[in-house]
Design a protein around this ligand. Structure first.
Ligand code: FES
Length: 92
């Protein structure tokens, strides 16, 4: 699916900070992989992209759904629910 404004999209912070907490240090790469796998398994209606810092470093890994809010302290087990929430067919 094209990455236009109406497409489902999830942005995953994978930023690594030299000092202090960061999403990369808290497992952001694992979240990115889990979301990519889940999005692919669901047919590709949702695009998953890595992101720069979202400003919530101590609460990472952080995820933002296009048109929605932030999700903090995300775990790989949250991937199915996040991709479903980002799917434009489910958002109405
Ligand atoms: S490093 Fe992810 S929000 Fe700052």
């Amino acid at each position: 699916m094209a990455d236009d404004d109406k497409a489902g999209a999830i942005y995953v912070c994978t930023n690594l900070r030299v000092s202090g907490a960061s999403c990369a240090g808290r497992g952001g790469g694992d979240i990115l992989k889990a979301l990519h796998a889940e999005a692919k398994a669901r047919g590709g209606a949702v695009v998953v992209k890595s992101s720069v810092c979202m400003g919530h470093c101590a609460k990472g890994p952080n995820v933002k759904i296009r048109g929605g809010g932030f999700h903090h302290e995300v775990r790989p087990g949250d991937a199915a629910a996040l991709v479903a929430a980002a799917d434009p067919a489910k958002r109405g």
